[in-house]
Design a protein around this ligand. Structure first.
Ligand code: GSH
Length: 205
């Protein structure tokens, strides 16, 4: 039995990454929504839990942890079956390596109204790598679903919802289909859609 609480905001890709990891691991958690639009992360009660006031934040019987990937690793290690976060150090190293970065945060919260060219290029370079990693594989770190897939799906679904063109990345498209089996997939897509709508509203057309 777990006594987990996840402080979560469904529009946030890192937060959805932790949410999807928990779902895939099959561990239940109380979900507490921290609405970043209402600046709830700056409330006195949340600052007491996480002085760096970010989501996702996990609480496990008084133990507090933030950073989505650290959360996924901790929960997988404590509650998960081996395939999601392999014990074999080389397999685990590959899972740890498959990371991706987000670029829409300044548009949503920083008053920025267009995606800068260098960020677009960087993201397309990252997607090219991801597409190569996926060549001949069902999932990003091998043939089994791992917590690297849940983290990356949360990010990719956000950029797709913003309207990113991934037509050149056929392996990513195939992998996205494979990801439909992940528990929590639907909730993730709904959060991503809300994120995409919010970003598109702030973008200059
Ligand atoms: N690297 C962190 C990023 C966490 C993060 O930036 N969270 C944002 C939402 S996407 C947040 O909580 N921002 C509110 C704040 O920092 O006050 C992770 O992967 O968890």
């Amino acid at each position: 039995m777990s006594n987990l609480k996840l402080y979560h905001f469904p529009l946030s890709a890192p937060s959805r990454g932790a949410f999807l990891a928990l779902k895939s691991i099959g561990v239940s958690a109380e979900i507490i929504i921290i609405d970043l639009f209402k600046k709830e992360q700056l409330s006195e009660s949340f600052i007491k839990i996480n002085p760096q006031h970010c989501v996702p934040t996990l609480e496990d019987d008084g133990f507090v942890l933030w950073e989505s990937r650290a959360i996924a690793c901790y929960v997988a290690e404590k509650y998960g079956k081996d395939s999601l976060y392999p014990k074999d150090i080389k397999k685990r190293a590959i899972v740890n390596q498959r990371l991706i970065r987000a670029i829409c945060y300044p548009i949503l919260f920083g008053g920025v109204t267009e995606i800068q060219k260098h960020l677009m290029d960087e993201l397309n370079t990252t997607l090219t790598f991801l597409d190569q990693f996926l060549e001949g594989l069902n999932f990003v770190a091998g043939d089994n679903l791992t917590i690297a897939d849940t983290a990356i799906l949360a990010s990719i679904s956000s950029i797709l919802a913003v309207g990113w063109d991934i037509s050149l990345f056929t392996n990513i498209q195939r992998w996205l289909k494979n990801c439909e089996v992940i528990p929590g997939y639907k909730e993730n897509m709904e959060g991503a859609q809300r994120f995409g709508d919010a970003v598109k509203k702030n973008l200059k057309s």
